[in-house]
Design a protein around this ligand. Structure first.
Ligand code: UD1
Length: 419
């Protein structure tokens, strides 16, 4: 077990280089399965979710080489259509490998991903879309088998909800499909645009990514490519919130501010001074009081659910009452119990919480329940005088690259230790 020991209260100052996006890297790595030629990706973060995906690719028969943020993958021959259960259980996002495997081999078997700490997370939309594409889906108690004897067919798919994972799985499954696939009510997240750009750079024919209607015309072959993964917008938002919570000045590099306008607007509403220049963001929160605000999470371009726990943590120190309504995941307030251990004043009511700001939180021993809940606790600890102990930091390592090292460089007192 890994834990952070954080002695909070320091003002932070300096530059942070934001890593490549976790949520874009995972479908892009999955896309390599479709391509029999070598592909090279840059700006891939060194995080556990990426490591898990790479382990699965190797088991499937892909050759993987990695040097810092550069990963080269060669999937000349894919030997297996089964996603190993023990690795699939490590990260739910591995479900998007299914679309790529079926796109390449016309069959895939994987374990039922099941629920997690933030909700039930069904995959019905993924599987209904596969069926529309002529794929037979057999759902067992623990396993899902998908196959098509005649190959994947283009289809018109209307998603009941703009699911990010379902949109990615459909795109991956339809790259080689016969005919054209239309996705209506598609997710519009920047990571979908990144996946489509990457696949198009291999020779796929995908139009409309970033809008609610995506059109994929099936192609016969893909070629080699080099592609640079987009910056991680949630890591960017996390550092902006940390600056605000610790009344600091930070300069974030390798970012794309356009991908996080809803987050920047909320921080400005809270009083942050933010300047944007090309791929850099400067935040100066050194003399700001944090104003209470209201937030409703929505699919992109709305306020991202992944930032919700981190904003909730920040708002525990705002002056006045804030309200957050969570509309994407049904169980994403578990972290509030941990923040209450630090004397945060949070009341839950259905899918909303009301937060009454307090002057100071109290250091305590708390534990991460999931990735973003963990980041919320790091923020709380950094802004609280005294030593906070955060258990189960493995969740954070799934999605933030060298978080402790990046924080130490800007003046935080944080240690990663094993229990
Ligand atoms: C992705 C992101 C995650 C982010 C989320 C929403 C990755 C690796 N993860 O997750 O960080 O929080 O988007 O922006 O990119 N749903 C169904 N049936 C389905 C699929 C989804 O009911 O078949 C529901 C989910 O339970 C959830 C909502 O739709 O309530 C959103 O899920 P989805 O957009 O699919 O999120 P993920 O792709 O899992």
């Amino acid at each position: 077990m890994l834990k952070y020991l954080i002695e909070g209260g320091n003002k932070l100052n300096g530059e942070v280089k934001i890593s490549g996006s976790k949520n874009a890297s995972l479908p892009i790595l999955a896309a390599s399965i479709l391509n029999p030629n070598p592909v090279t990706f840059y700006n891939v973060p060194d995080i556990e979710d990426v490591n898990t995906t790479l382990k699965i690719l190797k088991i499937l028969g892909c050759k993987v080489t990695r040097k810092c943020d550069k990963i080269t993958i060669s999937c000349k021959k894919v030997n297996s259509y089964e996603i190993p259960k023990e690795l699939m259980n490590k990260s739910r996002s591995t479900v998007i490998l299914a679309g790529a495997i079926i796109g390449r081999l016309n069959q895939v078997t994987f374990s039922n991903p099941g629920g997690c700490n933030i909700g039930k997370r069904p995959i019905d939309l993924h599987l209904e879309a596969f069926q529309k594409m002529g794929i037979t889906v057999i759902k067992g108690l623990n396993e899902v088998k998908c196959y098509s004897l005649v190959g994947v067919k283009g289809a018109k798919i209307i998603l009941k909800f703009p699911s990010v994972g379902a949109t990615e799985n459909i795109i991956l499954a339809s790259v080689y499909a016969s005919g054209t696939t239309y996705i209506y009510n598609a997710a519009m997240e920047p990571e979908i645009v990144d996946l489509a750009k990457c696949l198009n750079s291999m020779g796929a024919n995908i139009k409309g990514a970033g809008t609610s209607k995506i059109i994929i015309r099936g192609v016969n072959k893909l070629h080699s490519c080099s592609y640079t993964v987009m910056p991680d917008r949630i890591e960017t938002g996390t550092f902006l919130c940390i600056a605000m919570a610790t009344k600091s000045k930070l300069h974030l590099k390798n970012v794309n501010a356009n991908d996080l306008l809803s987050v920047i607007l909320k921080l400005q509403e809270m009083g942050a001074k933010i300047a944007i220049k090309d791929n850099e963001i400067f935040i100066n929160a050194s003399s700001e009081k944090i104003k209470a605000i209201n937030i409703i999470t929505k699919p992109y371009p709305g306020f991202p659910t992944d930032m919700q726990p981190i904003f909730a943590s920040l708002l525990t120190k705002a002056s006045g009452k804030s309200k957050i309504e969570e509309t994407i995941f049904e169980n994403r307030f578990g972290f509030c119990d941990e923040l209450r251990k630090m004397n945060a004043k949070i009341v839950k009511n259905g899918n909303s919480i009301q937060i009454t700001g307090v002057r100071e939180l109290t250091p305590s021993r708390v534990k991460c329940l999931d990735l973003r809940a963990g980041a919320a606790l790091v923020l709380a600890a950094l802004s609280t005088t005294g030593v906070t102990e955060i258990d189960n930091v493995e969740h954070i390592l799934r999605g933030y690259e060298n978080l402790d090292e990046k924080l130490r460089k800007i003046g935080a007192n944080i240690k990663l230790i094993s229990d």
